[in-house]
Design a protein around this ligand. Structure first.
Ligand code: ZN
Length: 165
């Protein structure tokens, strides 16, 4: 696991009494991490990739959101074999169920890819799948392109990190 490079920015301390000041460290990707992100984005269908890029740019330009965490694509294309492994989780293997799609049935299994999964790099270097952060990102990506659907909006099984066209 790589250590995230962080930089301290010169924001003013929180002025509101009784409220913790926002963290002043903006999470940043290393060069290797940036190349991985670019490669994953290249796997996406142009419409999905463009919507993601626009939402990411808006997130990074927002003075509050950028301090909460940095959106990252954890996975775009996924092989049929890996999809089958994920399907086994919570069924024939330990863990909780993360997918209802077998190998070949998921939008992740095709190139160019119609789906991508998102998480957040936190200022402390950890990765988060916070539903709150994902819902904020979902609002931005759906505003960028109304054809993008968020797994957190699905009835029944919620796939919070998942976005697709
Ligand atoms: Zn997904």
């Amino acid at each position: 696991m790589e250590t995230a490079q962080s930089s301290v920015v010169g924001t003013k301390p929180g002025a509101v009494l009784g409220r913790a000041p926002l963290p002043r460290v903006v999470p940043k990707l290393s060069g290797v991490q940036q190349r991985i992100q670019a490669a994953r984005l290249m796997q996406a269908k142009p419409s999905l990739g463009a919507a993601y890029a626009q939402a990411l740019a808006r997130w990074e330009a927002d003075p509050v959101l950028r301090l909460l965490g940095l959106p990252v694509i954890t996975e775009c294309y996924r092989s049929v074999g890996r999809q089958d492994e994920l399907y086994a989780q919570g069924r024939t293997k330990p863990g909780k169920i993360v997918t209802y799609k077998r190998g070949g049935e998921s939008k992740h299994n095709w190139l160019p890819c119609s789906a991508l999964d998102v998480a957040f790099l936190l200022p402390n270097g950890e990765t988060s799948w916070s539903g709150l952060l994902l819902s904020k990102f979902a609002r931005l990506i759906k505003a960028a392109d109304a054809r993008v659907h968020w797994g957190g909006d699905w009835p029944g099984f919620k796939d919070w990190p998942h976005f697709e066209v």
